[in-house]
Write a protein that binds this ligand. Structure first.
Ligand SMILES: Nc1ncnc2c1ncn2[C@@H]1O[C@H](COP(=O)(O)OP(=O)(O)OP(=O)(O)O)[C@@H](O)[C@H]1O
Ligand SMILES: [Mg+2]
Length: 259
């Protein structure tokens, strides 16, 4: 199963009401530490090994990485250096083979699959290279979907979707379906969808990889705005001009941070 299939299967498509722990967030239960003072995400000596025996690949090798609250961090590095693997772990779409991953101070390896799906719904927003909007739904309906799974009351959903779409400059395209929108507009809908439940961390894997340079600029301007409004962003990119917009760039090599 690819990480995207995992995202679609047990990510936003899983109603929160079905959560094993009755909707109480593991991020706050039993914790006495103020989450505001903790890194949003912290990987400590993380290994990720794919495959068995001779076919084994060590995709992450003792990776240590911190994402502080309010960061805008870009991960760069050659193909195969482990960027997407790290994003999948940070996004709770996959688990480390060894080491610890803390999200808002909680060691993710202690959570059940149900709790992990719940954390994914509550704490994380995702943007992918290929947008992954549902083609039969309008822009507004695509943004409403995660609110249904998060249990937002029906009478609030449409207005919140409109506000989120206005925030990304698409207040005039609420009722258009994805095939009636440009690539940059589709990615902006995906951004509105990603931030609708106010995630602690916005994760984006090559968010401008399918866009031309003008549209890339539009989408980067949105990332700038979102970060200025306090959203923590971690993105992966091959493009130097995209990395240059971030507050901090880390380079991966052979499954760890170079330097
Ligand atoms: N599901 C998998 N099974 C086996 N090996 C995998 C799997 N996913 C990734 N790998 C291997 O792990 C290593 C890291 O892959 P990863 O996709 O994280 O790289 P990346 O830095 O995102 O590369 P790209 O820039 O091409 O997207 C590569 O050697 C890759 O072949
Ligand atoms: Mg990748």
């Amino acid at each position: 199963m690819t990480s995207l299939e995992a995202f679609n299967r047990i990510g936003p498509l899983r109603p929160r009401e079905m959560s094993a722990h009755g909707g109480e967030t593991p991020m706050t239960s039993g914790s006495t530490t103020n989450p505001a003072s903790l890194p949003v995400a912290e990987l400590l000596h993380v290994d990720k090994i794919y495959g068995q025996g001779e076919a084994q690949v060590k995709a992450l090798d003792d990776l240590c990485l911190r994402v502080e609250r309010g960061d805008y961090l870009a991960v760069m590095g050659t193909s195969g250096s482990g960027k997407s693997t790290a994003m999948n772990i940070i996004g709770c779409l996959d688990r480390p083979t060894a080491g610890t991953y803390r999200l808002n101070g909680v060691a993710v390896e202690t959570l059940s699959d149900d709790q992990l799906a719940d954390v994914r719904n509550r704490e994380l927003g995702f943007v992918f290279q290929q947008f992954h909007l549902l083609p039969q739904l309008t822009a507004s309906e695509n943004v409403i979907l995660p609110m249904i799974y998060a249990g937002i009351p029906p009478d609030q959903r449409r207005q919140r979707a409109r506000q989120a779409l206005e925030r990304v400059g698409l207040g005039h395209r609420l009722d258009n379906r994805p095939n009636q929108l440009s690539g940059g507009q589709q990615q902006r809908v995906a951004l509105a969808r990603a931030i609708i439940n106010q995630p602690a961390l916005l994760l984006a894997d090559e968010p401008t990889g399918a866009l031309d340079s003008r549209t890339t600029e539009e989408v980067l301007a949105i990332f700038d705005d979102l970060n200025a409004q306090g959203i923590t962003i971690l993105l992966v990119t091959h493009e130097a001009e995209v990395g240059a917009r971030a507050g901090r760039v880390v380079h991966f090599r052979d499954g760890r941070v170079a330097d």
